[in-house]
Write a protein that binds this ligand. Sequence first.
Ligand code: UDP
Length: 469
Amino acid sequence: MSGASEGTRTPDPPLTKRLLCHLSYAGNRRPLYQPPFGVGKNVAQNDNALMRVAMISYHTCPLATLGGKDTGGMNVYVRDLSRELGRQGIGVDVFTRSQDEHVPHVLHDLGFGNRVVHIPAGPEIPVAKDSLADYLPEFIGNIRAFADSKVMEYDLIHSHYWLSGLAALELRQAWDVPIVHMMHTLGLMKNRVARSDSERTTRQRERGERQLLIEADRIVASTQAELAQFQWLYKADTKNVVVIPPGVDTSHFYPIPEDEAKEFVGVPDDKRMILFVGRIEPLKGVDTLIEAAAMLRKKGVLVEGCECLAIIGGESGESPERISEEMARLKGIAGQLGTDDMVTFLGQRDQDTLQYYYSASDIVVVPSHYESFGLVALEAMACGRTVVASETGGLAFLIHDGENGFHVPAADPSALADKLEMILKDPELRARIGETARDYAQSHAWPLITKRIVSLYSEVLRAYHPSLA
Ligand code: UDP
């Protein structure tokens, strides 16, 4: 991971940085790899040319520190897909809004000659999601300027989240290339589970998503659930929608012997751990998990000193005035329910260490009210863990109840407590489910998923340039 975290920064970049930035954008660049590949502008003009994808991740950087308010599954998806595309010989530039003028505008952290390009658009600091649309025209203009200065032509745009999709629609006009788009989350689904106005999304987003469902050349849905949501919530014609799930890095997420994992994370060998990993947001349902743990404590299933509930994500150890509203609320609930000694808020953890936490745990719980896919569940499965997840969104498809994990209804602490009790009392069941889960996760390894994405690119390009097919 790079140091490109989205922290607090000073707003006025020094002039030297601007000059350096322009210098680094200038000049031509020869393709580094020349794989034989289908069709596309680059390929059409030069048989040996590299296929190039402009990946757009406007509001969040694929290299950002994970587990923050707006840094989670989508960042991981864009980062890991781009890396694997590079490995499979596809050129990728990921364009994202610059949020830190101290971070070089062009980074090569993805390997294989592929780049993350931090495009200045508005102040180079994090800005509220609501005002991000204001900087979209500048973002689009600066992507075009970057491509012109580098004499780059892209074959295809792959955009992520509705704002990036709107940028892609403009760039398609300028570049005459097709768009593959992914929503990641849907405004209307978020509204359905919102408990307060602050969690609701805007009409502008809904309009943007509707427009993309009509105008993008192809939409990738993560699961059948998302495709169904396009149909029943947006009344969309889904003939251009294809379902391809996200992948998991199985070279990183695999079972580590429990004693070694426990030693790494600092949990005594005889202590059992229930684990949550994710952004700390109301729709993640962490309150349901704490309530379930409190019920099990009352019943004597969870005993002081023998079990712990570890919560990874968000800030930890910060002074009360610096923690988020949701973190404060969750800590309050844990205190009121008398589970302070059992619940540990660990804060964000580098993804490089998560395989140890998963492997050290007895059960990984994903108690979300809405989850478009649920990468954490897939990562835990790849580590051979038993996952208990809400039967919602993508989780309803990823988990096959009683086979490779367990379902519980969302926001139902007593159903969750019953399921956890059953699993905690049956180590053989945990071992069997964990093994099936691990096997299942292999079918989502990034190389396999990326091959499906590459075939999709190829198909989209053939449809867009019929004369080249
Ligand atoms: N993650 C991480 N460190 C943290 C919390 C989360 O690396 O402290 C990663 C986690 O490994 C997963 C992603 O963030 O890859 C969360 O993705 P998921 O699809 O579960 O949730 P989303 O963020 O999309 O709601």
